[in-house]
Design a protein around this ligand. Structure first.
Ligand code: AMP
Length: 216
């Protein structure tokens, strides 16, 4: 099965993708994580992508899609996969349609419908581990020790694009470029709406119930 997680920044796509991957035992692919890794390693792609990411803009399609296609080809995705952060506009959705034509497995596009107040609260309190990338939240999911990762002792930092002015731009970019994908997949009868306002565990169970019931 192939699952696309769709929704605004702060809807919980990253958290759900990681948990779903564990529960369903399929890999997940996050274009945001891959891009951040490239920035951290100062690769050519990272150098080009950084300026767009810091402003909360989309990284141009030619850069992201090349990276995405390489990843899909090289990883063991034959039993399906979970996508977090791709596609983010119509051109990317069409590229993905072409890729999926050559693959078996039912497609579920899960739209995490989330209200703006919750998005802002989640993004402004989010902290990530600078070493392993694990996600925390100052209020909802604090680390056991002050600003240190529970898993690897790395230092917790705020993503540069989680600052208030950048959050506003990311939401605007989402509305302008990504939100139209809701209609796109609804027309293909692939879209499933789930509230992203609830706690992570509740959302996770709703997704698992949905894909398990539909797959029978
Ligand atoms: P995310 O971790 O999914 O919130 O992504 C962080 C940032 O990476 C986004 O704000 C974009 O700048 C960039 N990004 C991630 N995925 C894509 C994509 N599919 N297309 C263009 N830019 C992307």
């Amino acid at each position: 099965m192939i699952i696309i997680l769709l929704g605004p920044p702060g809807a919980g796509k990253g958290t759900q993708a990681k948990d779903l991957a564990q529960r369903l035992k399929v890999p997940h692919l996050s274009t945001g994580d891959l891009l951040r890794q490239n920035v951290k390693e100062n690769t050519q792609l990272g150098k080009l992508a950084k300026q767009f990411m810091e402003k909360g803009d989309l990284v141009p399609d030619n850069l992201v899609t090349g990276m995405f296609v390489e990843q899909i080809k090289s990883a063991d995705f034959k039993n399906g996969f979970i996508l977090d952060g791709y596609p983010r506009n119509l051109a990317q959705a069409k590229t993905l349609d072409e890729i999926l034509k050559q693959r078996k497995g039912r497609l579920y596009v899960i739209y995490l419908d989330t209200c703006e107040a919750i998005i802002i609260q989640r993004l402004s309190g989010r902290r990530i581990c600078s070493a392993c990338g694990a996600n925390y939240h100052l209020k909802n999911m604090p680390p056991k020790r002050d600003m240190l990762c529970d898993k690897c002792d790395g230092e917790l930092i705020q993503r540069t694009d989680d600052r208030e002015e950048t959050i506003k731009n990311r939401l605007a970019v989402y509305l302008k470029s990504t939100a139209s994908l809701i209609d796109y997949y609804e027309r293909q009868k692939k879209l499933y709406r789930i509230s992203g306002n609830d706690e992570a565990e509740i959302v996770l169970n709703k997704i698992i119930n949905l894909v398990s019931a539909e797959d029978k």
